[in-house]
Design a protein around this ligand. Structure first.
Ligand SMILES: Nc1ncnc2c1ncn2[C@@H]1O[C@H](COP(=O)(O)OP(=O)(O)OP(=O)(O)O)[C@@H](O)[C@H]1O
Length: 96
C-alpha cells in the first residue's frame, strides 16, 4: 500500500510537470483509485481469512491468491495507462 501511495504521488508530480490534459488526468485518477481500491479489498480479504483460520486451507489460499490477483491486474492496467500517457511526453521532453 505504501509503495502504491508513493507511486501515486510521483505520478501526480509528473502530471503537473508535463501539464497533462483533462482527459489524461481522468484516466490517471481512474487507474490510481482502481489500484488503491483493489489493495484495500485485498487487505480486507487477508484479514477475514486470517480471522477465520490459521490452519492451511485450500479455500483460504484461493481467496488470498484471487484477491492478490486483483491488485496485480489493476497494477498492470495502471502501468499501461501511465505508459500510454507519459511516454510521448517523455520522448518530447528528451528530444527538445
Ligand atoms: N490459511 C491459509 N491456507 C492456505 N494458504 C494460505 C493461508 N494463508 C496464506 N496462504 C498462502 O500464503 C500466501 C501469503 O499469505 P499472506 O497472508 O502472507 O498474504 P500476503 O499476500 O503475503 O500478505 P501481505 O500483503 O500482508 O504481504 C497467500 O497468497 C496464500 O497463497
Amino acid at each position: 500500500m505504501k509503495v502504491h501511495c508513493l507511486a501515486s504521488v510521483l505520478i501526480v508530480i509528473f502530471g503537473l510537470f508535463f501539464s497533462l490534459k483533462q482527459t489524461e488526468w481522468l484516466f490517471l485518477v481512474i487507474a490510481i483509485t482502481s489500484v488503491i481500491f483493489a489493495e484495500m479489498v485485498n487487505t480486507a480479504c487477508e484479514r477475514i481469512v486470517d480471522l477465520c483460520t490459521s490452519e492451511y486451507n485450500e479455500l483460504a489460499k484461493q481467496a488470498k491468491d484471487i484477491a492478490a490477483g486483483a491488485v496485480l491486474i489493476t497494477t498492470i492496467g495502471a502501468v499501461i495507462t501511465g505508459s500510454v500517457i507519459f511516454i510521448p511526453y517523455l520522448i518530447e521532453w528528451l528530444t527538445n
